[in-house]
Design a protein around this ligand. Sequence first.
Ligand SMILES: [Fe+2]
Length: 313
Amino acid sequence: MSVPEELSRMAARWRTERQLKLLSRLPSAASDSVRFAVLGDCEPSRFWIYRKLFNREGVFGEHMRSIQRQKVSFVVQLGDMVERGEPGRYHRFFRDLRRVRSGRPYLTVIGNHDRSRPNGRSHSTVYRTLFGSSNYFFDHAQTRFVVLDSSAKRLTPAQLRWLRLVLKTSLRKIVFTHMPPVQLGLWGGAGKLHALGGFQQGAREFSEAVTEAKVLRVYMGHVHAFGVQDHQGVRYVLTGGGGSALFPSGNSDLFHHFLTVDIGSRGVREHVHTMDGGVFEIPSVPVILPTHEHPSSWGAAARAWLGSLVKRG
Ligand SMILES: [Fe+2]
């Protein structure tokens, strides 16, 4: 699919390949430590009623301006930049990005909204034409950063093979993907929250792969909230507060924010930055929550028991 020439020109500056080249020239590239920012979903919603009820204007711009004041080497945006992956919407997004005058390498993860349709059958041609591959990795500060495309609400066997391959390294490992795997019950869309949707196909294999490779963090968006969950030895951080509407989702931590992440000899430390200028550090104590695979409530246990009786019958 071709995109208008003006859009191609605007996008050239933000192509992943170019951003990675800029990043490779920074002093932190060869260092043992790095600080970067992670920004979640920022499309403000295509429905005015959602914007009115659950959002406020200009959050993305405010976050980006705050990030410029931080000593970060780069920024990762976790997807859902635009309401729908059409050329006109990307045009507006690049215009907003230009206004922020971002001087930091800006790397993107594709979200379901960045595809031709956010739900159902869709393609990612426009995103890939503008930015490049939707699955990629880079090494920086003795760390391998892997960006994985879960925008179609699944991981294919080929993606999982690629993931296992790129995680075979002695470097520290960090993964960014738009959607949580479904078994992370609270954000993955189990039970009544299923409509929110974590990805299902390949979810279990994904968690096994990141556990086996001792990945330090998985950063995810899609659910417009904040949360932390330790699952099979890996810390998953939900940071979906980049400027999208804060829908009631069953999650109590609904607020706009971005993260700064420090990786160094002391491990990984994250700070959460809120809209009012507040900052707090994410504690390192393990957060073990019920998952889709391990029903913890009496109701869920009863349903599982009834299900097993039906199967036996
Ligand atoms: Fe999403």
